[in-house]
Design a protein around this ligand. Structure first.
Ligand code: KIV
Length: 264
């Protein structure tokens, strides 16, 4: 359990020393439970799927992300807090700066995350030069799922692995403080992590990344529409809640709830 606020400097210093722990949070209730138990909390745009009930992350707006980020911020005192910039909010450098500013003006997020390729070098540099702490998300990029025709694992071929290493190096050069690597082979996750000086956080990217992140509703068994290979379930949240809601409904039907003790 963290007893103080996690800083960017402390996160950077963990590379090669201690694994970084991270999980998503989308609301104050969960953020309150997770805060301080992991180094990083990410208000991920994956909320558009697990919580919004959509098939992808693409129709999420900046305003919706800010709403969720504000809620998480209210509960977080210890973990380092990163907010995802949604699809379409950073097409040009000008729009990226404008929308990133909204995150910093309206929330207390410590950093922002953008899904990028090497072509976004100048955009990421402009954000960093302006004082934004940026995490670059590479590999499988869910915001590209319609372009890619689904969620496709990357880095299987040597050329693709080399491209990803080049991209990570460019993002480091641009000023990103960390790289989130999603959906690549274990070898590619290892190669990227070895090639750069800033920390890598992996999701479906093998054990050699500097840290790991999971989407909380996957990790705790609340989202079971599909289960990617990289997810480990730490509890069966859906069954637990199903049992609880059925017990509650049964008690109401049978007048077992509320009891006199629960009445005024
Ligand atoms: O939106 C999200 O939850 C993510 C995951 C890859 C961690 O970016």
């Amino acid at each position: 359990m963290l007893d103080k606020k996690m800083t960017l400097g402390q996160l950077r210093a963990k590379k090669g020393v201690e694994k970084i722990t991270a999980i998503t949070a989308y609301d104050a209730l969960m953020a309150h439970i997770f805060d301080g138990e992991v180094d990083i909390l990410l208000v991920g745009d994956s909320l558009n799927m697990s919580f919004g009930g959509n098939n992808d992350t693409l129709n999420l707006t900046t305003e919706e992300m800010i709403y969720h980020t504000k809620a998480v911020c209210r509960a977080v005192k210890h973990s380092f807090l990163i907010a995802d910039m949604p699809f379409g909010s950073y097409i040009t450098t000008k729009e990226a700066l404008k929308n990133a500013r909204k995150f910093y003006k309206h929330t207390r997020a410590d950093a922002i995350k953008l899904e990028v390729g090497i072509e976004k070098y100048a955009l990421i540099k402009a954000l960093c030069d302006e004082g934004f702490a940026v995490m670059a998300h590479i590999g499988l990029k869910p915001q590209f799922m319609r372009f890619d025709g689904g969620f496709k694992i990357k880095g299987k071929q040597e050329a693709q692995c080399n491209e990803l290493i080049e991209c990570a190096l460019a993002m480091q050069e641009a000023g990103a403080f960390g790289i989130l690597i999603e959906g690549v082979t274990k070898q590619t996750g290892h190669a990227i992590t070895q090639a750069i000086k800033i920390p890598t956080i992996g999701i479906g990217a093998g054990v050699d990344c500097d840290g790991q992140i999971l989407v909380w509703s996957d990790a705790f068994g609340f989202f079971d529409t599909f289960q990617p290979k990289f997810v480990r379930r730490y509890c069966d949240g859906k069954s637990m809640l199903k049992e609880a809601i059925r017990a509650y409904a049964k008690d109401v039907k049978s007048c077992a709830f509320p009891s006199d003790r629960e009445s005024y």
